[in-house]
Design a protein around this ligand. Sequence first.
Ligand SMILES: *Cc1c(COP(=O)(O)O)cnc(C)c1O
Length: 423
Amino acid sequence: MNQSETLFKEAVRYIPGGVNSPVRAFGSIGTTPRFITKADKAYMWDEDGQRYIDYIGSWGPMILGHNHPDVRQAVIDACDKGLSFGAATKAEVVMAKLICDIVPSIDMVRMVNSGTEAVMSAIRAARGYTKRDKIIKFTGCYHGHSDGLLVKAGSGVMTAGVPDSSGVPSSVTSDTLTAEYNNPESVRLLFDKFGEEIAAVIVEPVAANMGVVLPQENFLQELRDICDRYGSILIFDEVITGFRLSLQGAQGYFGITPDLTTFGKIIGAGMPVGAYGGRRDIMELISPVGNVYQAGTLSGNPVAMAAGITQLTLLKEHPEFYTELNKKSDDFFNSIIKILRQKNLPWQVNHIGSIGSLFFTEKPVTDYSSAKSSDVKAYARYCNKMISRGIYIAPAQFEAMFLSLAHTSQDIAQTLDAVSESL
Ligand SMILES: *Cc1c(COP(=O)(O)O)cnc(C)c1O
């Protein structure tokens, strides 16, 4: 038994499933998780000393690569001054101003500790503002694990939410309506029926939690238009796309302005951080200014702010990073497509910016049901082969691959060889 296997055996005794977040489990590929000891640039090392070229990047935060010297130094400097005060700090002002300066749709922002919290709070703000209860989400879009959002479309778009998880009362999800990604008609039908009761539409502007699924021409614009028509709030969940697709996230990339935006992952550079922000008239309803209550003992934590500020500042000061990263990623995913063609394999690759997914299906993947047509057993075989060749990709079909600035052309060439052999 290697170190990871030994640790996993112990982990399952004390932690449900041996992991603190289900996506870390290797259950869907039928092996044991690698226990990671350290990471640097594009690499991670496990307890057995095996090095991996990493395509998860902590699920998004590591856009600059692991252990970036400036981010690390900022964290060390912040630690020197104390870990938390539970009182207002200058770093919070710097962070808020930075986000508001970078993202034009954001007049005000509130820091929280995770993407889940950001989404939960943004929805509360939208409900408080509109004085309406219902929300629309899309099948296959993930918005964290709060009760009201653990819903997919059970049977068709007109059905009110049925919880995906045990422990979620149906009374909590009955106001969650589900529509189909890339299907504006499914949204119109819900608005025809419930329009005056719909507080918000929440969407991943690029879906990245059913694998990467791109919004089709006009989809996001149609959401903007229909929300305007009914006085509903459009929320972009940019926990993955924010500061990644472009400095201004997906909203900058596609030129569509949401009312509220949620951030997570990348915004903390690896520390547990989330944020939500948007129009001043909505954000001024948040406590202690208004009566939409939202709080957090460790929110805006000085160490977390130091990491986030440093990463965002670097990104802001180097627009060429995005050109370089997106070009590198385009070349990478296009090379995978080429390999598939050479081998006469019908699989699909969706990619945009520095994220992408290889789906083991012949169908173009445009929504949840086409994503679901993937052969997950084929993915599991492929994934295990990649990992055994030292390429760390998500241990599940319905996740994204993340590239970083730290991936060198040599890393990418080695990865493409592994892709070719594994396929
Ligand atoms: C990861 C994710 C979340 C939840 O963020 P956590 O920090 O895991 O709570 C919400 N929305 C999207 C789009 C995500 O990818």
